[in-house]
Design a binder for this molecule. Structure first.
Ligand code: MN
Length: 727
């Protein structure tokens, strides 16, 4: 075969003749439990992997294919299904080889393609800060990203083989990989219930990081095991004899081996000397049925005295990773504290091999697709690592964890955040920091601009674009968030916004009133100001201004207090109008009244409204004209020069002859002048005439008058009037 044989082979499919032979021990193990068709598929996967990695070498100089081959071997030993084995063989071909996901899909079907793709993606995740929260989220993210649990399984076996051959890496990489293994892959293996692989991963990593401590521990264990052996054998035989004589026939009793890392961890965390930790003798009793488990428990409690409060029933209430057993502690032969685990053989196998064992037991019985079954099993395990004390608590934790689906997201720096499913960029921003949420104006997901209300998906990188400028928050955001953190932050912000608007409006009102007496608020400070506030009965100026803005107090009365406070009274002057600049009065955003719809250039009045802040009305609008002189909350206003382009809504009433096509004629008049129509209300006046109430958008009074002139000049128009809600 030439170096370039691969692309052709991939295109033409491996049909038989050009398949490579499987290595002999590999073939033997596979043949022991897989049928011919499966073997053929595995052979095909082996061949593709072989050619894909043809020119690559491992660090120790061996051919690269030896790595995927070994990873697949681990899975073969676990008796995993054909697609898992194929995926293990192919797990590295998407990296640096000329193979695409599509190629895999065509050759091996969607399952293998998805698993291999998933494994490659997991390979790109790594630990940044190493905090417990990050590692925990990273694990959950890996599980969530792996829609098929076999992805995690292959990834863990990949890591296991890399750890077995870690000596070929440079030292700093060894340390890095080992730490990652202890923090991430060990717990991940435990999460999917693979206790044996977890122990091996941890021991390999521990030996790599602390070679000296590991070898000291190992030799200490060896030394102590001489004397121990006798005792262990004695207790083991005694246990077995008692059980058998009480009718538990098919029973095995084993001394339990502890992995060195778990001993090390105990020494470190419990600050107990080595001897004490090793002096607890562990036994495992294996029986055939759940019934026998409970009976065995009763029997041994009869002969050895139980140590109080050490009994745990993980059969009735399994651990979150599926682990089941009865745990008890006893005093054996009146002298030795022992820990006993009682399980069925099935439970024991699941505890050691997790999902893999589950696979074997279920494959023959069930007919559902293997991927789906795996996912179901996984769903039962993921994210349930909470300590629970009562069955009710356990049931509750299962329920909430399964129903509250989460999504896992990256910040641009690579930090991981877990959010409720349905979360939007706004939720994400508030999760990162309240300040970020308060200033969000845009968002990029995987470097593409997206709207703020999209639903985020696991694995996405979310970049929040924030504004340094203060802006008014949109209350509709409350509809776009699902997290309580975001919701309460937005509510707080909206409340603040309302009072700050009111305060600003109140200031405008008071300043305007004071101007009438030739005064300004800035002239009032310190003790005189305090005295005035006391006489009014408020605690602070801000409170007073807010009250004024909300219409709880009257400006002119308050102003009187201020005048008397300074004990100077000049002649009251005509009130000065407030200035509307870019739709703001003194930086308070104003609203335009819907009743009269004033446009730029109209004679207007500013009204400080209790609920809405400052509202601008047309001077002749009946809502305001009658109050203008009497109520200090109605201020004359004038327009400043608008620097920004604003559009103002206006209402006009048009009467026409009622002929076919009159509305479309009207429409085209507005269209030709590029004027937007907001809404049209049509009324029949009588047989001959029709009326239209039309809402349009104009930039000022002049443009409004021009367009009205054009409407009037139409042949069918009989009248065209502005509607400003006059009496
Ligand atoms: Mn690999």
């Amino acid at each position: 075969m030439s170096d370039h044989a691969l692309p052709n082979l991939l295109l033409n499919d491996f049909s038989g003749d050009n398949l490579l032979k499987l290595p002999s021990n590999f073939y033997k193990t596979a043949r022991s439990y897989l049928d011919k068709r499966s073997l053929k598929k595995i052979q095909k996967a082996y061949s593709v992997a072989f050619y894909a990695h043809l020119n690559q070498k491992r660090r120790d100089g061996s051919k690269y294919i030896s790595h995927p081959e070994e990873v697949a071997m681990i899975l073969l030993d676990l008796k995993m299904d054909t697609d898992s084995i194929c995926s293990a063989l192919l797990h590295d071909v998407l990296e640096d080889c000329d193979v695409t996901k599509n190629n895999l899909q065509n050759l091996f079907g969607p399952d293998v393609a998805e698993i291999v793709d998933g494994v490659s993606k997991l390979g790109k995740l790594d630990i940044k800060s190493g905090t417990e929260r990050e590692v925990n989220n990273l694990q959950k993210m890996m599980l969530a990203m792996s829609k098929d649990v076999r992805v995690v399984l292959v990834k863990i076996c990949d890591r296991l083989h890399n750890m077995r051959t870690i000596e070929h890496l440079p030292r700093f990489k060894q340390i890095q990989k080992s730490k990652e293994t202890i923090e991430l892959y060990g717990p991940l293996a435990l999460r999917i219930g693979m206790q044996d692989i977890r122990s091996e991963l941890e021991d390999l990593a521990f030996r790599c990081i602390h070679p000296l401590r590991a070898s000291m521990l190992e030799s200490a264990i060896k030394k102590s095991s001489g004397g121990r052996k006798k005792i262990v054998t004695k207790i083991r035989k005694e246990l077995k004899r008692r059980l058998k004589s009480n009718g538990i026939e098919d029973v095995a009793v084993k001394g339990r081996e502890k992995n060195i890392y778990s001993i090390y961890r105990k020494i470190k965390s419990k600050h107990k000397p080595f001897s004490e930790i090793l002096d607890v003798y562990g036994f495992r009793i294996l029986v055939d049925s759940v019934d026998d488990c409970y009976r065995s428990l009763g029997i041994i409690h009869n002969y050895f005295s139980p140590i109080e409060n050490r009994f745990k029933d993980y059969i009735a209430i399994p651990k979150s990773n599926g682990y089941q057993a009865l745990h008890t502690s006893l005093l054996a032969l009146n002298a030795f504290p022992i820990e006993v685990q009682i399980q069925t053989r099935n439970m024991s196998s699941i505890a050691s091999f997790g999902i893999a064992a589950h696979w074997q037991y279920k494959t023959k019985e069930e007919n559902i697709s293997s991927g789906l079954r795996a996912t179901k099993w996984l769903t039962g395990l993921v994210d349930l690592q909470k300590k629970t004390n009562t069955p009710a608590e356990f049931a509750q934790s299962v329920k909430t964890d399964l129903s509250s689906d989460e999504v896992y997201l990256f910040s641009p720096k690579g930090d991981i955040y877990a959010l409720r499913k349905g979360a939007t960029p706004i939720d994400f921003a508030y999760e990162v920091h309240t300040d970020l949420g308060d200033t969000i104006i845009g968002c990029r997901v995987n470097r593409n601009d997206v709207p703020l209300n999209i639903e985020l998906e696991t694995g996405q990188t979310v970049e929040i674009i924030s504004s340094k400028k203060d802006f008014e928050l949109d209350p509709s955001w409350l509809n776009y968030v699902v997290t309580s953190k975001a919701r309460s932050a937005i509510r707080t912000r909206l409340r603040k916004q309302k009072t700050s608007d009111a305060r600003k409006a109140g200031k405008v009102l008071l300043e305007t009133e004071l101007k009438r007496g030739g005064k300004s608020l800035s002239e009032y400070r310190g003790t005189p100001l305090k005295r005035i506030l006391d006489s009014i009965g408020v605690t602070s100026l801000n409170k007073l201004l807010t009250d004024l803005g909300l219409g709880k107090r009257t400006g002119s009365i308050i102003a009187e207090r201020f005048y008397s406070g300074l004990k100077i009274r000049e002649d009251i002057k005509e009130i000065n109008p407030v200035l509307i600049l870019d739709n703001k009065i003194e930086s308070v955003t104003v609203r335009f009244a819907k009743c009269c719809m004033p446009v730029y250039g109209d004679d207007v009045v500013a009204h400080s409204d209790t609920e809405r802040g400052i509202v601008i009305h047309h001077k002749r609008c009946k809502q305001v004209s009658q109050f203008l002189k009497k109520d200090s909350r109605y201020l004359p206003a004038i327009w400043g020069e608008n620097k920004k382009e604003h559009q103002y809504k206006a209402k006009i009433d048009i009467n026409t002859e009622d002929k076919v096509g009159v509305l479309s004629d009207l429409g085209s008049v507005f269209a030709r002048s590029a004027i937007n129509i907001g809404s049209v209300n049509t009324m029949t006046i009588d047989k001959k005439f029709a009326g239209f109430e039309i809402e349009i958008e104009v930039k000022d009074k002049e443009e409004l008058q021009n367009i009205m002139q054009k409407v009037r000049s139409m042949k069918l128009t009989t009248s065209c009037k502005r509607n400003i809600n006059e009496k």
